[in-house]
Design a protein around this ligand. Sequence first.
Ligand code: 13P
Length: 259
Amino acid sequence: MMRKLMVAGNWKLHGNQAMLRQWLADFDAFDESLKGLDVALCVPYVYVPLLKAAAADSIITGAQDVSAHDTGAHTGEVSAKMLQDVGTQLVLIGHSERRQDHGESDDLVRAKFQQALAQGLMPVVCVGESQQQREQGEAFAVIERQLKAVIDLLNVDNAAQCFIAYEPIWAIGTGLTASAEQAQEVHQFIRSQLASKDVTMARQIRLLYGGSCKGSNAFELFSMPDVDGGLIGGASLTAEDFMAICQQAKKQLNKTQSS
Ligand code: 13P
């Protein structure tokens, strides 16, 4: 089964309007055909409308979080419906920085996932172990627990619109990338967990790798059978670096199409 590769940028707490306009102009100017790839950019909430208005149709508009509530007295929250209202198509859920900095639990991640699905947003659920958990041999148990929070909400009807991103915490922003083999090992584990619920669903859902992914290592990572693209932090901040990763995804796509 051919899953479409996805390259998604995550700007985190970076950027401003001028930077986003420049990024979009630069990205456009590379004039590369990204046909056959999905490309997304997740910007801070306030820049979503600008991204939606200024991006070419080829870029999927993404946000970095969503409220677990649909409406009501929840100051500072942004609902899935509001995101959908301003044209958001995709949303990150349970990024490790939110789990760590804001104490997001698996239950909260589940509630956010439900909100995203209910509004037809494409949820990207982020999972991944810390350095200490890896060293203590707990990586698979941690990921299994994180997956368990959402697995029963996944099915053949929504799988093609849903993503799981494996982002080992020790690889985020550190320059330490998981080797392609390490990434594949975990991705295969994730897919097997999903397959224990539904084999067809597991084949359809796309699994992204995130953590110091860049132009120089993207091809190897994307060539792994269970790695269906990347979630890119630092290297998404300039259009040039981000395009370099998209080009590697394109190269991978061309390779599979010709084989
Ligand atoms: P870096 O690419 O900067 O390591 O960040 C990865 C990430 O957290 C994307 O969500």
